[in-house]
Design a protein around this ligand. Structure first.
Ligand SMILES: *[C@@H]1O[C@H](CO)[C@@H](O)[C@H](O)[C@H]1NC(C)=O
Ligand SMILES: *[C@@H]1O[C@H](CO)[C@@H](O)[C@H](O)[C@H]1NC(C)=O
Length: 210
């Protein structure tokens, strides 16, 4: 059903695209997970809670050109979780009117930020701001914020939270860009301390050979 819906939605956009410029954004989910990737970008300052969940990939020839994050604001004494999710926005050949989004497993708290885009080019590396483990009775938030670097060089910082420190930059995607995401998430703790997103890794894909 999802596939049928996608096709119908795509036809609708192609038809309307003839008369007006319109942004079309479709959630890709795991539909394109058979895409071959070249390498995985990782960092070493992720936190320890939870497990790697599942990857989501941009469609063939699409690369991440922007992102938004789901972030919970300061809970002032209640359980903080800070960064809960990262949504990558994928485009093909720099065309920003026909987009797919991917996000892997996302936490349940906070609001999605306004998307931020590379002025041109694609996302090629990242670093994360992580609050270290707060001890047995502390309130863990784990990942608080993320920065990406674009192939056109600017860095983009998400509007996350400020606890913890940034670690090192990941390696860069060579000859292509970020094309997939997988999150490490602590599952909902039912009243115990939630930290939500603990780590993230991104797939690099080669530029197409055409
Ligand atoms: C990507 O390109 C490199 C260098 O040309 C090549 O060694 C590698 O096999 C390619 N990977 C994929 C998944 O196409
Ligand atoms: C994570 O995986 C471990 C085993 O690898 C398991 O014991 C644990 O329950 C998992 N945690 C969650 C939150 O699913």
């Amino acid at each position: 059903m999802a596939t049928l819906f996608t096709i119908v939605a795509m036809l609708a956009v192609f038809a309307s695209g003839l008369c007006e410029e319109k942004t079309f954004l479709q959630r890709a989910g795991v539909a394109f997970n058979s895409r071959q990737y070249r390498s995985l970008l990782t960092v070493s300052n992720g936190e320890q809670f939870g497990n790697w969940t599942w990857p989501e990939m941009c469609p063939d020839n699409f690369f991440a050109v922007g992102f938004s994050i789901r972030v919970e604001s300061n809970q002032y004494g209640s359980d903080d979780t800070a960064l809960n999710g990262i949504r990558l926005i994928c485009a093909k050949d720099g065309k920003r009117s026909f987009l797919y989004s991917i996000e892997s497993h996302t936490g349940y708290f906070g609001e999605w930020s306004q998307p931020q885009y590379c002025p041109s080019g694609v996302l090629t590396s990242f670093q994360i701001r992580v609050e270290p483990h707060q001890g047995l009775f502390g309130d863990d938030t784990a990942v608080n914020n993320i920065k990406f670097r674009c192939s056109s060089n600017p860095t983009l910082e998400a509007p996350g939270m400020d606890w913890g420190e940034y670690g090192h930059w990941s390696q860069e995607c060579e000859d292509g860009g970020i094309c997939g995401i997988e999150t490490k998430m602590e599952e909902y703790q039912y009243g115990l301390d939630d930290s939500s997103l603990n780590d993230v890794r991104f797939h690099c894909c080669n530029k197409s050979q055409e």
